[in-house]
Write a protein that binds this ligand. Sequence first.
Ligand code: SAM
Ligand code: SF4
Length: 337
Amino acid sequence: MPTPKPQMSKSQLIDKYGRQLTYLRLSVTDRCNFRCYYCMPEEGMDFAARQELLSFEELYRLSAVFCDLGVNKIRITGGEPFVRAGIIPFLRKLSKLPGLEEITVTSNGSLTKPQIEALQEIGIRKINISLDSLDRERFFKITRRDKFEDVYASIFQLIDSGFDIKLNCVVAENKNIQDILPFVELTKDHALAVRFLEEMPFNGSDTFQLPQWSHREIYRHIQDQYPVLEKLQSEPTSTSVNYQVPGYKGSFGIIPSFSRTFCGTCNRIRLGATGELRTCLYGPPVTNLRDLIRLGASSEQVEQAILGAVSNREKDGFAAEASYTPSKHESMSVLGG
Ligand code: SAM
Ligand code: SF4
């Protein structure tokens, strides 16, 4: 990674509540080789046509604008980032972007194995892998793909190769409650961080049932089995509240992604694979940066559009949700999870 760029007295992405946005979630595709029930329907996903996607040149150009505005960390997400051909050369180029201090990736882990060396060489150290069950059949029901063994093996290959791994587990009644405690137990001998998420209404369908398992129920369920839990110090902008069972090598965290208790310190901004900019997951796209640059906008004009969007950022996910009535729940693969 290049050294941090010296801060000039340039515009920064600071919203009217004083939160500075320094963390870009960059979706490189809306496509995926899985069909997790909480993210997209089994059939009938209307994926973007190739020409609608931001090209790698456009993704790079927009990333550079964000870094000029003070973004110093980019998470590559999707859809599944590794289904997009050309992702590795793009990451290599991105890693040299002035001002960018860290690139992280969120992946379903099914396609990471052949990329381990390249990711190491690029300098990517932190990868989040989605894993909602430790049981092959439940994994299949959740992802609609029989890939548990591949994903599970690749997690340990990544750990053995020195990557810092977090496992994202979306908790839901009738899906994977029986996996919560085994996931905590997995942290006994493995230095990984499991993060339990509340399900959010981004499943690409017409229906969504309010989650029965909030961060409180998840915590109580774990505490019943592990009465002594050590609360860990977290970054002020962290969305997870993190714990460790004393003596265990790894840790676990709980993310109130539906309860939205962390909005007050949220430093994230999202660029979808077709250029839609969101200042909150729960809100509407506030502008489309792809359309802007394809109309010939200069980097200064793109900066102004981003600054304008940030200045109108809602206070929290509830206010953002109240301002928006989509015709159906959008898929997380479109929002850039
Ligand atoms: N395909 C990659 C993966 O699954 O890790 C990256 C994209 S995925 C949209 C990013 C993250 O969003 C995953 O950890 C996934 O579990 C999470 N996610 C997707 N839909 C969700 C929902 N409705 N509620 C909570 N988390 C969700
Ligand atoms: Fe694919 Fe990730 Fe969505 Fe699952 S959560 S369908 S792996 S994009």
